[in-house]
Design a protein around this ligand. Structure first.
Ligand SMILES: Cc1ncc(COP(=O)(O)O)c(C=O)c1O
Length: 360
């Protein structure tokens, strides 16, 4: 097949499948296997720390980005008058945890213009009351890439808000500088080519008290088996508090192998290979009769392009019948280009799209 849908699901390399097999072998040791599971968890946190530019202690693991955002929102204990800024290019996992029916905080929507989030539109939304600005580094919707440094500077000039960054559509595809992020969240089943159920959370040590999830459980607690456990639950501070119970060890094994694999290929090599493919695909789309949703600006893309067409459903079916896999969702078609794609994939897609448009 011509696989252009890594932004939905990455295709795992053999090393990841073998890691799942290793989990199964270790699990057969019963309780003795847990030492091996824990060694894998430590190795995953170390690998994730390297990928995100953080230390082992700053990396937590939970089940999915949605869970991580909900736990982060709980940790902040937002109050009346507190404000959270979300944006209209973001995935629901990064938006809706700030909008529960019982929330007493207010959310403000940072609206994109022509597919781009402009910091001049963020400035009027910021105030002394802004506690969080939540955003994705790469938009799942149209692939728009924000400048984290510009967003952070804008935020810090007008407020003491925390910048929470979802890197799900970036990790494994582009080099990252996350020094401006106050919390980093990433799902693992897309560009790192890992498995579901093993979300990575990067909570900088400087903020560890703020990011201490106040929930019950045991894996997240200092005193789960201590004599005072019937009186109080004392959470481990920071990243460790995001794993409330037993981790999803199969995903831990797989994602450790996935990050090692990406490292062995090298992010710089992935970018050098896949960025020209994206450029070729973008130029090809511009020459066709589709409504491009991805802004074509210097530094504003990574691995994703999106476009609209009134016959999108028909186009999607036609491509799929030819075994060309793209995403059709949220009113648009989306193409994703990773290190395993080739110029032949791009040419095949553009020529099939051209044919489908002629018949549409
Ligand atoms: C930016 C972004 N965040 C998160 C997710 C997934 O969230 P979860 O891990 O909760 O399924 C996706 C896509 O599925 C996404 O595009």
């Amino acid at each position: 097949m011509t696989y252009l849908n890594t932004a939905a699901e990455g295709i795992p390399p053999r090393a990841v499948i073998e890691a799942l097999g290793q989990y199964a072998i270790d699990k057969q040791l019963g309780m003795d296997g847990r030492t091996l599971h824990e060694a894998q968890r430590h190795a995953l946190r170390r690998a994730a720390g390297q990928a995100l530019g953080m230390s082992v202690e700053e990396i937590g693991i939970c089940s999915c980005s949605s869970e991580a955002f909900n736990l982060a929102a709980a940790a902040l204990r937002l109050g009346v008058g507190d404000e959270v800024i979300i944006n209209d290019l973001d995935f629901p996992a990064g938006i809706t945890p700030w909008l529960p029916p019982n929330s007493i905080a207010t959310t403000k929507l940072w609206r994109s213009r022509a597919g781009a989030l402009r910091t001049e539109d963020l400035t009027p939304l910021l105030s002394r009351r802004t506690r969080v600005v939540s955003l994705s580094l790469i938009s799942y919707y149209n692939g728009y890439r924000v400048s984290l440094a510009d967003v952070a500077t804008t935020v810090r000039n007008a407020s003491s808000a925390l910048v929470v960054v979802d890197v799900t559509q970036a990790l494994g595809r582009m080099s990252l500088n996350l020094t401006d992020a106050d919390l980093v969240i990433s799902s693992t089943h897309k560009w790192i080519l890992g498995m579901h159920g093993g979300c990575l959370v990067g909570a900088p040590n400087a903020r560890r008290q703020l990011w201490t999830v106040p929930h019950g459980g045991w894996f997240n607690l200092e005193n789960a088996f201590a004599t005072d456990r019937f009186d109080r639950a004392v959470a481990k501070p920071g990243a460790a508090s995001f794993s409330v119970g037993m981790p999803n060890y199969p995903a831990v094994y797989a994602n450790r192998a996935a990050l090692d694999y990406i490292k062995s290929i090298d992010i710089a090599a992935i970018e050098a290979h896949a960025n020209p493919l994206l450029r070729a695909c973008l130029d090809g789309l511009k020459a066709l009769d589709v409504e491009l949703l991805t802004p074509d600006e210097e530094g504003s893309t990574a691995g994703i392009l999106a476009f609209r067409h009134s016959r999108a459903e028909h186009i999607f079916r036609s491509l799929h019948e030819q075994r060309i896999h793209v995403m059709h969702q949220a009113g648009r078609l989306r193409v994703a280009l990773h290190g395993y794609n080739t110029f032949a994939d791009v040419e095949r897609f553009l020529s099939a799209l051209h044919g489908a448009l002629r018949r549409a």
